[in-house]
Ligand binder design. Structure first.
Ligand code: SF4
Ligand code: SF4
Length: 433
């Protein structure tokens, strides 16, 4: 027997936090007990000195493994399986236009709307994927620009079509949207449950003062208040919906008082289905010292009954959805891309084009290049975070930019991991998991 390469044992105050990155199992031990066991993990003979029942637990949870167990091969197999999984994720952009013009948004807001020809090709594509490619499930994500600018004309009929065809084929279907929620009035949110919308990603730009400065609209006094009112409406009208409330922060726009500003708009009952996520806008410099303030803000949300994400590890063995064979994004004009977070959507030379028969014709096998294995290098293969990171973003890797992902975030793995395990335990105690 030997210990797993992916064990993390972190100490804080009188506790030791054990986490295995390959099995994703974790537990807490008193420091003094942990300190007695840790040296015993060093070799096969000493591992056998660990009391049997505890040793079996460590084995069952992946902290201790058989001598011939090759953990890298396990990761490679899981990665290969994830790349070729037939759970299809299709992203559709009805427009690149948006009612807001946020300073940090990478998208150019081109006046645009999907025409009837592309509308029919998208339907043909869904039919092709269900009947010819025999996908095992479909997850349809609406993206933009602001997709709900064209809810009745595009989002609703295509979602209905996709839902019907998946029901006929007896495969799971769900819809989701990345939206600013401005147009999701009560009348629209009432229709989203029957269309199987299960989750929404909605961004706030910090506190009310900052958000209203970034997002404004003639005739709307506060887009912050409107977004939160609409979020509560989405949750009231759809008991299965969850909202990922994403804070785009830049170290100045996010302070703990944001919790009190939000609480009056979201009912206590609905807060259990709001997942708070914080993301540094890419233009702001990395500041590792900010991770403590972030935790305080998240603690405030947890106390008020929201779900908080303390940490965003990879859990599906690919660094990004764009890595998957069965993942495509189709623009309003029928051009296909793999990554929506770059300029590919705007380039004159399309990466791929949606055909009349519903297939996608890729330029120079562009799609296959995204199935790269960016973790197959000495640094990642010797990194304990590999199973929860899986290496570089595929787009960066293809373009030859290979900076370790740790260098672009405020959080440190040690703080994030301890915070995650502590809050996981609290959520179990409060029956939220
Ligand atoms: S990108 Fe960095 S953190 Fe991720 S696996 Fe590679 S070395 Fe580790
Ligand atoms: S930038 Fe990289 S990680 Fe982000 S969506 Fe594109 S390919 Fe994926």
């Amino acid at each position: 027997m030997k210990q797993s390469f992916y064990n993390f044992i972190l100490h804080k105050n009188d506790k030791a936090y054990w986490f295995n990155a390959l099995s994703f199992r974790h537990f807490i031990l008193p420091n003094d007990l942990s300190s007695k066991i840790e040296p015993l993990l060093e070799s096969d003979s000493t591992i056998h000195d660990i009391p049997e029942s505890f040793r079996n637990k460590l084995f069952d949870n992946g902290f201790v493994i058989d001598d011939d167990c090759n953990e890298i091969d396990i990761i490679r197999n899981r990665n290969e399986k994830a790349i070729h999984s037939k759970d299809y994720m299709l992203v559709v952009l009805p427009t690149l236009n948006c009612n807001f013009k946020c300073w940090y948004c990478i998208q150019n807001h081109i006046p645009s709307m999907m025409d009837d020809d592309i509308f029919e090709r998208i339907k043909q594509h869904i039919k092709h994927m269900v009947h010819n490619e025999e996908i095992s499930s479909l997850s349809l994500e609406w993206f933009g620009g602001e997709p709900f600018m064209y809810f009745n004309k595009i989002v609703k009929p295509i979602t209905q079509y996709a839902k019907d065809i998946c029901e006929e084929a007896k495969i799971p279907f769900e819809a989701s949207a990345t939206t600013n929620s401005y147009f999701i009035t009560s009348e629209i949110s009432k229709q989203l449950q029957s269309l199987r919308f299960t989750h929404f990603q909605i961004s706030l730009d910090g506190n009310k003062k900052f958000h209203d400065k970034v997002k404004f609209q003639n005739g709307c006094e506060s887009t912050f208040e409107r977004a939160l009112t609409n979020i509560n409406g989405i949750l009231d009208n759809n008991p299965y919906a969850r909202v990922f409330l994403r804070f785009n922060y830049n170290h100045e726009n996010l302070t703990p008082d944001v919790v009190e500003e939000i609480n009056p708009f979201i009912s206590k009952e609905n807060r259990k289905r709001v997942i708070v996520v914080t993301r540094k806008v890419w233009q702001a410099d990395v500041d590792k010292s900010y991770s403590i303030q972030l935790q305080e803000i998240l603690d405030g949300f947890s106390k008020s009954g929201y779900i908080t994400t303390r940490w965003s590890p990879i859990s599906n063995y690919i660094p990004c959805y764009a890595n998957k064979k069965y993942y495509n994004a189709i623009n309003y004009n029928g051009n296909a891309v793999k990554c929506t977070a770059c300029n590919d959507l705007y380039e004159e030379e399309p990466k791929g084009v949606l055909q009349k028969d519903g297939t996608i014709l890729w330029n120079n096998e562009f799609d296959k290049r995204y199935q790269c294995k960016s973790f197959e290098n000495e640094v990642c293969l010797n990194c304990k975070e590999l199973p929860i990171c899986m290496g570089n973003c595929p787009r960066d890797f293809i373009n030859g930019h290979c900076q370790c992902k740790k260098e672009s975030v405020d959080e440190t793995i040690e703080n994030a991991l301890i915070d995650y395990i502590e809050n996981f335990e609290k959520d179990i105690t409060n029956n939220r998991i």
